[in-house]
Ligand binder design. Structure first.
Ligand SMILES: Cc1cc2nc3c(=O)[nH]c(=O)nc-3n(C[C@H](O)[C@H](O)[C@H](O)COP(=O)(O)OP(=O)(O)OC[C@H]3O[C@@H](n4cnc5c(N)ncnc54)[C@H](O)[C@@H]3O)c2cc1C
Ligand code: SF4
Length: 429
């Protein structure tokens, strides 16, 4: 049996491991370690904020190393997960099908989405337990003809405690993350190596021979018949570039800007994250307690329980890049214009909620849906393989998306990873 190395254990990597183990010997190389939910109570942070010691979002990594934070030159905060389960462990649990860009290329993932709907519990149950604030915000969006819709969630929300800490890791096993697929793969014999940072793919005579990595302080070489990169939209392009394969400067990140307000007793910090969303053409709006702004943005001075916030998640322009050291990403004029439009709508929603204009403040722009630097084309709609890559090297993450989704990508990445796994099985068994 051939061996395949999968880099990354998030949405794309865990699906591929589950699908391919048995037909191949699968080894998953993961830079991070075990995931542990953030354990400090938010009240401890409220005290810490007052000391002035919290001034840079990157400090969060000292207390919560699974959350990786990088900053762009424009001070945009880029977030990803570095642990078994990848960024899915930090997600809000949103299960959104967002494949219209792929459909435009002639790609039909219907079968793969149906498989996922059978394999993962996806539910709207949370709706019966919304807080008064969420209910009122939903009503206001209806009154404004914004057509809000509850967001389907990954997991079984019957046991949800509404602790509001979805983005810090669910301590109750309610929210589904990709560790469950990784475990399935391991039970079938796949090997997962954590704490192993992949540096490059070793290519000789036009074919992949293996992976050069760092495990702890040691260099390590992992021979492979095939390699699949699913290290996420920030890391896969770096690995490719370090392997001598150029990517496009077409990075998107789905920037998030929150419009928040002082609102006594709104208790949004005790609500699950993003209960519903309004879909606009270039962005979505959703109730969202923004922990990074709350911890680090000086404007966010109110107690968590008295802060009410709406996010704008933008489908940004495909303009930006990463190299081994930095993320190069700025908002374009059009991106800023669309964010301003979103801010205007959020202000109107908060106004109807009864909040005074002078009680409203903005959050720090942050982002966690990177991709787009190896975009699929119409010609690759069948193969999912860029001709720049050796024929035994595949990518299965959002790097392949032809454009920003402005929507949660996990489900679509997983559907795509399923299709790529099928292609690999057809071609290499
Ligand atoms: C706070 C937050 C909330 C989110 N909420 C949602 C949501 O509700 N719904 C949704 O659909 N999406 C959500 N997203 C986005 C979603 O989690 C990611 O887009 C998705 O997990 C990406 O999947 P992936 O497999 O490409 O990468 P990831 O899940 O990021 O996994 C990549 C893995 O590769 C590992 N890795 C990276 N570099 C290397 C290397 N050099 N060597 C070895 N391993 C490496 C990383 O440690 C990581 O474990 C959220 C993102 C954030 C930041
Ligand atoms: S709100 Fe529910 S899903 Fe989110 S972390 Fe708490 S228990 Fe888990």
């Amino acid at each position: 049996m051939k061996n395949i190395i999968i880099v990354g254990s998030g949405a794309g990597g865990a699906v591929a491991a589950k699908e391919l183990q048995g037909s191949f010997h699968v080894t998953v190389l993961e830079a991070g370690g075990e995931f542990r939910p953030f354990s400090l109570p938010v009240s401890a942070f409220e005290k810490l904020r007052k000391t002035g010691l919290l001034f840079d979002e990157r400090e969060i990594q000292l207390l919560f190393p699974q959350m990786r934070v990088q900053k762009t030159g424009d001070q945009m905060v880029m977030v990803s997960g570095s642990c078994l389960g990848g960024t899915t462990t930090l997600s809000a649990g949103n299960a959104v099908r967002a494949d219209s860009g792929l459909q435009e290329l002639g790609i039909d993932l219907e079968e793969e989405f149906q498989e996922l709907y059978r394999e993962i519990p996806i539910t709207y149950d949370h709706r019966n337990h919304w807080s008064d604030a969420s209910k009122r915000l939903y009503e206001i969006c209806e009154e404004m003809d914004l057509d809000p819709k509850p967001i389907p969630k990954l997991g079984d929300y019957g046991q949800c405690t509404h602790c509001g800490r979805c983005l810090l890791g669910c301590r109750y096993g309610v929210k589904w993350d990709s560790r469950r697929f990784l475990k399935d793969a391991q039970e079938k014999g796949a090997r997962a190596v954590s704490g192993c940072k992949v540096l490059k793919v070793v290519i000789e005579d036009g074919l992949v021979k293996g992976i050069q990595a760092r495990k702890g302080l040691h260099a390590a070489f992992y021979p492979a018949d095939l390699v699949l990169l699913a290290a996420g939209g920030f890391s896969t392009p770096v690995i490719l570039q370090q392997s001598g394969i150029n990517c496009e400067s077409s990075l998107f990140v789905d920037p998030v800007l929150c419009v928040a307000a002082h609102c006594k007793g709104s208790l949004q910090n005790k609500e699950l994250s993003m209960p519903f969303a309004v879909q606009k053409e270039h962005y979505i709006l959703s109730p969202y307690f923004d922990y990074l702004s709350f911890f680090f943005n000086k404007e966010w001075r109110n107690p968590a329980s008295d802060t009410l916030s709406l996010m704008i998640k933008l489908a940004d322009s495909c303009a930006g890049s990463v190299d081994g050291r930095r993320i190069h990403k700025s908002l374009t004029g059009l991106d800023k214009e669309r964010l301003r439009e979103g801010v205007g709508i959020c202000r109107k929603i908060l106004d109807r909620y009864g909040i005074r204009e002078d009680e409203i403040f903005l959050g720090t722009i942050n982002a966690g849906h990177p991709g787009g630097m190896l975009p699929l084309t119409r010609e690759q709609a069948e193969s999912f393989h860029d001709p720049r890559l050796p024929k035994n090297l595949y990518v299965a993450d959002a790097s392949l998306f032809p454009g920003s989704l402005g929507n949660p990508p996990i489900l679509t990445i997983m559907a795509m990873a399923k299709r790529i796994s099928k292609i690999i099985m057809e071609r290499f068994i």
